[in-house]
Design a protein around this ligand. Structure first.
Ligand SMILES: NC(=O)C1=CN([C@@H]2O[C@H](COP(=O)(O)OP(=O)(O)OC[C@H]3O[C@@H](n4cnc5c(N)ncnc54)[C@H](OP(=O)(O)O)[C@@H]3O)[C@@H](O)[C@H]2O)C=CC1
Ligand SMILES: O=C(O)C1=N[C@H](C(=O)O)C[C@H](O)C1
Length: 238
């Protein structure tokens, strides 16, 4: 598979290592220092573009890849208020798109565990639920995209919580997500159900970025040759 790497920071470099080891070819690498090389013609040489940049650049980058007729795997977080616009553009261009707030197999299993736990905790009103995420200090967005995915599933099941907030809260209708920035944390997510009697807590801790990178390459393999909008549940058959 021919891959264009849009974003060549921590994730772009981790993805390159895994993709090359699996025999894929990197036909384009775009970082902030060679943005001028990011043309529709250059991206069109790839089968799939893998986009890991920043909340502010992701949408324009994704659209340029659709203009080139190239499938896009996107891991950038913090841009989801423009989700509808991206999906409409993908459909207009008859493109292929796969976004995941977290590509690691472990976190995608953890998403399933979170759903199940929220479902069985729903009738137990004595338990309050709160969340915590810990990442490195270079992270630009808060809460993390993964925390937002987890929180949305909790809100679907726990009717006593109406919205998530990214600060300490004593309002029982708010699902508190506390964000901590501590180096070199690659990504830790906790969901805690707390009562006067006991606590139930689930935690996922990434030890490095290999899981995110190999999941992104897996997603690119899945998307190659397809049209439409997909997600990691479909990639992993969950
Ligand atoms: N979905 C998932 O599984 C994961 C998602 N992420 C997300 O991926 C994104 C990138 O993370 P990470 O690699 O750690 O971040 P880095 O800051 O290490 O890398 C991002 C790179 O993109 C560059 N960049 C910024 N703007 C543009 C642009 N317009 N075009 C091309 N390149 C650009 C940055 O350059 P410069 O530094 O000079 O600004 C930087 O080199 C973040 O949004 C993060 O939240 C991260 C890990 C896993
Ligand atoms: O910025 C990061 O590093 C990470 N971002 C993703 C997120 O926002 O959830 C995934 C992972 O936690 C690492």
């Amino acid at each position: 598979m021919k891959i264009a790497l849009i974003g060549y920071g921590k994730m772009g470099q981790a993805i390159e290592e895994i993709a090359v080891a699996q025999g894929h070819e990197i036909v384009l690498k775009i970082g902030i220092e060679n943005l001028g090389d990011f043309t529709v013609e250059a991206v069109a040489k790839a089968d799939v573009a893998i986009e890991f940049t920043s909340p502010h650049s992701a949408v324009a980058n994704i659209k340029k890849c659709f203009d080139a007729g190239v499938a896009v795997v996107c891991g950038s977080t913090g841009w989801l208020e423009q989700w509808d616009e991206v999906i409409a553009y993908c459909q207009e261009k008859q493109g292929a798109f796969l976004y995941a707030s977290n590509f690691s197999i472990g976190v995608n299993l953890f998403f399933e565990l979170n759903n199940y736990l929220a479902k069985i905790m729903a009738p137990h009103n004595d338990y309050d639920v709160s969340m915590e995420e810990i990442h490195h200090t270079q992270k630009k967005d808060a809460p993390s995209g993964t925390a937002i995915t987890l929180a949305e599933r909790v809100l679907e099941h726990i009717g006593r919580k109406k919205q998530w907030v990214n600060h300490i809260s004593d309002n029982p209708a708010e699902l508190e997500i506390i964000s901590e920035r501590i180096d070199p944390a690659p990504g830790t997510h906790k969901i805690k159900y707390h009562s006067e009697i006991d606590d139930i807590e689930i935690i996922h801790t990434a030890h490095n970025r290999k899981g995110f990178a190999s999941g992104a390459v897996m997603a690119a393999n899945f998307l190659n040759g397809k049209k439409g909008i997909y997600n990691m549940k479909q990639v992993l058959g969950l």
